[in-house]
Design a protein around this ligand. Sequence first.
Ligand SMILES: NC(=O)c1ccc[n+]([C@@H]2O[C@H](COP(=O)([O-])OP(=O)(O)OC[C@H]3O[C@@H](n4cnc5c(N)ncnc54)[C@H](OP(=O)(O)O)[C@@H]3O)[C@@H](O)[C@H]2O)c1
Length: 326
Amino acid sequence: MALRAVVRSFGPAHRVVEVEEYAPPPPGPGQVALRMTAAAVNPSDVVTIAGAYPSRTGLPFVPGYEGVGVVERVGPDVADIAPGARVLPLGSAGAWQQVRTAAARWCFPVLPELDDEQAALAYVNPLTAVLMARGYGVPGMRAVVDAAGSAIGRMLLRLLSESGCAPVAVVRSAAGRARLAGLVDESKVVCTEEQELAPAIDAHTGGRGPAVVFDAVGGEQGAALARGLAHGGTFVHYGLLSGVPLPDPSRYRPDVRLVLFRLRDVVHRAERPWLERALAEAQGLTLDGETASPVAARYPLAEVRRALEHEATAGRTGKVLLLPQA
Ligand SMILES: NC(=O)c1ccc[n+]([C@@H]2O[C@H](COP(=O)([O-])OP(=O)(O)OC[C@H]3O[C@@H](n4cnc5c(N)ncnc54)[C@H](OP(=O)(O)O)[C@@H]3O)[C@@H](O)[C@H]2O)c1
């Protein structure tokens, strides 16, 4: 028998996620059975559990879009992946369990030098940050990153700074500001608890407005940033940390290019060789520290509700990890 987290009804993650015993099924054709060693808790897990995507989330389900595991058994017709391989299973939820079944074609190799904890954090945020920074950050461009103290915000700041942008970092609190120490010049940080956002961005960009904004907050804060863009600027909207939808920018800034970035769509459209290269690069950047994430805490699977309470804490110092074998 093994343990897994399970969601039977949508709601606040720390209340609705349960832990149960189950008998892992043998892998079928095209499948592998993975012993999961580490799994991330991400905002995308929490919003899925809350019921943000009911049309594509059947109940009950095992959450966890990101994690690493070791192949234990392979299905009858699986030839190109062997027991003992350490892999990232992508493309579906299910990382929050001790043994998960995954489609072999959705399992990707892990760099041997990456430890399990960083491997479990080397996909969702690193790949998104790399693709967004490369896709929309032009060297020398005036850029703004909001929720800059988040794991992905910090990756964006590093990648944009290295490509020759000097991004302005927007945080909501002193805790967010503290997480940027050594990453950006203190003078490039705007804290919305202390300053009004629009005039601060205006001052930072000499009244010209940013050419690109990376927004994971939405709501009124996202709208204020969209309003302040330079003429014809780009608004990359990729998250909804405020829980409030972004008022449609075409109503107040019809000249602005709105990009709705979703890693899930990119991954599901991609050819496997492209995805293999992109993941290897994201893992390499994690190994170099460019897209590495600090870990705030680790929890065994049996304590998943405590892990989810921690995830919801303001000022959290890094990512929350589940260690399914602990
Ligand atoms: N579209 C995609 O494909 C994609 C891919 C990856 C990530 N994302 C999104 O990126 C966002 C960040 O993810 P993450 O894993 O980097 O998060 P994270 O580091 O685990 O946590 C988010 C941090 O953002 C800050 N925050 C929370 N609510 C906020 C608000 N209303 N305004 C400003 N800051 C707020 C909090 O810091 P403080 O408490 O210190 O303020 C929190 O620690 C999420 O919305 C996620 O869904 C999207």
